[in-house]
Design a protein around this ligand. Structure first.
Ligand code: ATP
Ligand code: MG
Length: 655
C-alpha cells in the first residue's frame, strides 16, 4: 500500500486494567510458551478448567498428526460452564440476555440455565441418547439452542449444530454424515419479521435417503405455527421434559472425547465435518475469551454470530459461560426493523464488548451513509470498551469506520484470525497490549506458533508473501474430519511439509518492520499477473478504499493469454448498479484508483457490477464461484452453502 502504516497504540486506561497489560506482558507469555510449551498450556488448563480427574499427560504426539491433549484427565464441559459458576456464588447472575426478533427480552440466570440444561439432558437420556451418540441441532438463536448444546455436553453426546438457514438437502447431508440418532429443532424461526419453517424442513430432510439412524425428533415451540408430528418419532420438547428433574449428573468424559462436530462454511469446497475435543477445546475457548476479549465480571458481551457457526460455539455457548460472563443472544437480523438494530441493542443493554463480522459492518456502513437515523452517531454507544471482528479480512476502510463511528475512536478492535478447525483465536491483537494496524490481525495468540513459509515449508522473510502454517499442535485444534482421516491428513498435514505443519489454507504476509501478519486470502486466491504475485485481498481493499463509491468488492483471477492471469473484480456500489456507458465510466474511475493505490499492474482488466456478491450463509464471499463466472464456465461445484443463488445469473451477464 502506498499509505504510511497507521498505528493505534492501546489506550493507557484500557491497558492498565487489562489481563494482559502492555507488550512486555504479551512477550513474556510468548517466551514462557517457547521455553516450556507443555508447561505453558498445562498451567492454563489447571487455572481455567475444573477437572474431575486431573491430567498427568499434556501433549501426546505418538499418533501425529492425530494429536492428543490432557488425555488422561476427565471433565464435563457443561459442569465447567454452569455448575461451577453457581458454586462460585454466581447462581443469580444473568447468564443470557435473549432478545427476540421482535424485541422482547428474556433474561436467564446461571441457576435457571442449569435447570433448563439438565431437563433437556434428562429428556435426551430418556430418549435413549448415550455418551458418544450424535445429536443434530437445527434451531435458531435461542436460550433453548444454547441449553440444547450444553445438554448434549452434559451427557457426553456429540452435538452437531446446523445453521437454521440451510435447506433440507444440506441438512440431510449433515445428518447422514454424522450418523445422528436424534434431532432437536423448533416449529419455526423468526427472522426479520418473517416466520420461517424449521420442523417442516426437518421432515423434508428425513424423508430423503440417508437419515435412517434418526430415531427421535424433539420440537421446541417457538411460534406455535402449524407442524405435522409423526407418531412415534416426533415429540414436543415440553412433553419430553415434563416431570423430569432439574438436576442431572454430568457424564465425566476423557479430555479427548469429541464435544462436537461442525461443518465448515464451504467457502472453498465441500464442507468438512470438523471434530473437536472436550478438554483442549474448552481450554482455548475460555483462555481466548479471557485474553482477547478481556471479559470481566461486569461486562455485557455480545457476539453476533449464530450458534450454527464455530464463532457461536466458542464465543456464545462455551467461552463466555466458562468464565461466568453475561452475554446477549440475539434471534434477529442486523437490518430489522432497520439497520440501526445493532446500535440500538448496544445502547439498550449497555453492551461493553461487541464482536461481529466484516460483512455485517460493510452492509451497515452502506445503510448508515444513506440514512442518519440508522447511523451509529444517532445512538449512545458509550458503554462499549472493546470491539472485535471475525470471519474475513476486514478492509482498512471498514476498520476505520468501525473504530471511529462504533468505537468512538476509543475502543480497540481485535481482528481475530481463526477457523472452524482451530477452535479459537490464532492470530489476534490483545486489547491492552497490541498496537493496532487497520487490516492486520497483528500477532499470534501466546503459545500459537504461526509462521509464513514457502511451498517447501521454509520460512520466508518478513515482507514476502507465503503460506500460513502453525508449527506446533495446540490444544483446541481439529482432531479429525469426522469419518475421513485421510482427508484430514491431506487437508491439514499435507506431505509437502513432511506432514509437520498445520496448513491453514490461507496466505499471509508479515510486515517487514513489525512482523505483523496480514491475511492475503485463500492460498488459491493468489494471482500471478505477468509474473507479479498479488493477494486478491490487497486489490479488494484498494477498491473498497474508494469509500465514496464502493461498498464491497471481490477479486479473482482468470487465465489470460498475454499476462498469464488477468484480474477480474466484482463490485457492489453504494449506489444502484450502473449499466452501459455509466458502468464503463465508473469502471475506468475504479481502475485508475487501484492503479494509484497499488500500481498499474494491479488494475483489474474486468470490472463487473452486481447488487450483491455470492456469499455463504455465514456471510463470506465465495470466490470459487466468481472464478468460474470470470472464466465464463458453468457452475458445477458444491453450492449447498450459498445464500443467494440468484446473484450468479446477474453476475454472469456482461455489463
Ligand atoms: P471452508 O473451509 O469450507 O472453505 P471457511 O474456510 O470459510 O470454509 P470457516 O472456518 O468459517 O470456513 O472460516 C475460516 C476462514 O475465514 C479462514 O481460513 C480465513 O480465510 C477467514 N478468516 C476468518 N477470520 C479472519 C480474519 N480475522 N482475517 C482474515 N481472514 C479471516
Ligand atoms: Mg476453511
Amino acid at each position: 500500500m502506498s499509505d504510511e502504516l497507521k498505528i493505534y497504540a492501546p489506550d493507557p486506561a484500557v491497558a492498565a486494567q487489562a489481563r494482559v497489560s502492555g507488550m512486555a506482558a504479551y512477550e513474556a507469555l510468548c517466551k514462557e510458551a517457547e521455553t516450556d510449551y507443555e508447561g505453558f498450556w498445562a498451567q492454563r488448563a489447571r487455572e481455567l478448567i475444573s477437572w474431575k480427574t486431573p491430567f498427568t499427560k499434556v501433549l501426546d504426539e505418538s499418533e501425529a498428526p492425530f494429536f492428543k491433549w490432557f488425555s488422561d484427565g476427565t471433565l464435563n464441559a457443561s459442569y465447567n460452564c454452569l455448575d461451577r459458576n453457581i458454586e462460585r456464588g454466581l447462581g443469580d447472575k444473568t447468564a443470557l440476555i435473549f432478545e427476540a426478533d421482535g424485541g422482547e427480552v428474556t433474561k436467564v440466570s446461571y441457576s435457571e440455565l442449569l435447570a433448563r440444561t439438565c431437563r433437556i439432558a434428562n429428556a435426551l437420556r430418556a430418549q435413549g441418547v448415550k455418551k458418544g451418540d450424535r445429536v443434530v441441532i437445527y434451531i435458531a438463536m435461542s436460550i433453548d439452542g444454547v441449553a440444547a448444546m450444553q445438554a448434549c455436553a452434559r451427557i457426553g453426546a456429540i452435538h452437531s449444530v446446523v445453521f437454521g438457514g440451510f435447506s433440507a438437502q444440506s441438512l440431510r447431508d449433515r445428518i447422514e454424515d454424522t450418523g445422528a440418532k436424534l434431532v432437536i429443532t423448533a416449529d419455526e424461526q423468526v427472522r426479520g419479521g418473517k416466520h420461517l419453517p424449521l420442523k417442516a424442513i426437518v421432515d423434508e430432510a428425513l424423508a430423503l435417503d440417508g437419515c435412517g439412524a434418526i430415531e427421535k425428533v424433539l420440537v421446541v415451540k417457538r411460534t406455535g405455527g402449524a407442524v405435522t408430528m409423526k407418531e412415534g418419532r416426533d415429540l414436543w420438547m415440553a412433553d419430553a421434559v415434563a416431570g423430569l428433574p432439574d438436576s442431572c449428573e454430568p457424564e465425566w468424559v476423557e479430555a479427548e472425547h469429541p464435544l462436537f462436530l461442525l461443518y465448515t462454511s464451504g467457502s472453498t469446497g465441500k464442507p468438512k465435518g470438523v471434530q473437536h475435543s472436550t478438554g483442549g477445546y474448552l481450554l482455548h475457548a475460555a483462555l481466548t475469551t479471557s485474553w482477547t476479549f478481556d471479559l470481566r465480571e461486569d461486562d455485557v458481551f455480545w457476539c453476533t454470530a449464530d450458534i450454527g457457526w464455530v464463532t457461536g460455539h466458542s464465543y456464545i455457548t462455551y467461552g463466555p459461560l466458562a468464565l461466568g460472563g453475561t452475554e446477549i443472544v440475539f434471534e434477529g437480523v442486523p437490518t430489522y426493523p432497520d439497520a440501526g438494530r445493532f446500535w440500538k441493542m448496544i445502547q439498550d443493554h449497555k453492551v461493553t464488548i461487541f464482536y461481529t463480522a466484516p460483512t455485517a459492518i460493510r452492509s451497515l456502513i452502506k445503510a448508515a451513509e444513506a440514512n442518519d437515523a440508522v447511523h451509529p452517531k444517532s445512538y449512545d454507544l458509550s458503554s462499549l470498551r472493546i470491539l472485535g471482528s471475525v470471519g474475513e479480512p476486514i478492509n482498512p476502510a471498514a476498520w476505520e469506520w468501525y473504530h471511529l463511528h462504533v468505537g468512538g475512536g476509543r475502543c480497540p478492535i481485535v481482528d481475530t484470525f481463526w477457523q472452524t478447525e482451530t477452535g479459537g483465536h490464532m492470530i489476534t491483537p490483545l486489547p491492552g497490549a497490541t498496537p493496532l494496524v487497520p487490516g492486520s490481525c497483528t500477532l499470534p495468540f501466546p503459545g500459537i506458533q504461526a509462521a509464513v513459509v514457502d511451498e517447501t515449508g521454509k520460512d520466508v522473510p518478513w515482507g514476502q508473501g507465503g503460506i500460513l502454517v502453525v508449527k506446533r499442535p495446540w490444544p483446541s485444534m481439529i482432531r479429525n474430519i469426522w469419518g475421513d482421516p485421510e482427508r484430514f491428513k491431506k487437508s491439514y498435514y499435507p506431505a509437502d511439509f513432511q506432514g509437520k505443519y498445520y496448513l491453514a489454507g490461507d496466505g499471509a504476509i508479515r510486515d517487514p518492520k513489525t512482523g505483523y501478519f496480514t491475511i492475503t486470502g485463500r492460498i488459491d486466491d493468489v494471482l500471478n499477473v505477468s509474473g507479479h504475485r498479488m493477494g486478491t485481498m490487497e486489490i479488494e481493499s484498494a477498491l473498497v478504499s474508494c469509500t465514496e463509491l464502493v461498498a464491497e468488492a471481490a477479486v479473482v483471477g482468470r487465465p489470460d493469454d498475454t499476462t498469464g492471469e488477468a484480474i477480474c473484480a466484482f463490485v457492489v456500489l453504494k449506489r444502484p448498479r450502473p449499466t452501459g456507458d455509466e458502468a464503463k465510466a465508473i469502471a475506468k474511475q475504479l481502475r485508475d484508483h487501484v492503479g494509484k493505490e497499488i500500481g498499474p499492474i494491479a488494475k483489474p482488466k474486468d470490472i463487473r457490477f452486481g447488487d450483491n456478491l455470492p456469499k455463504t450463509r455465514s456471510g463470506k464471499i465465495m470466490r470459487r464461484l466468481l472464478r468460474s463466472i470470470a472464466k465464463g464456465e458453468a457452475i458445477t461445484q458444491d453450492t449447498s452453502t450459498l445464500e443467494n443463488p440468484a446473484i450468479l445469473d446477474q453476475l454472469s451477464q456482461n455489463n
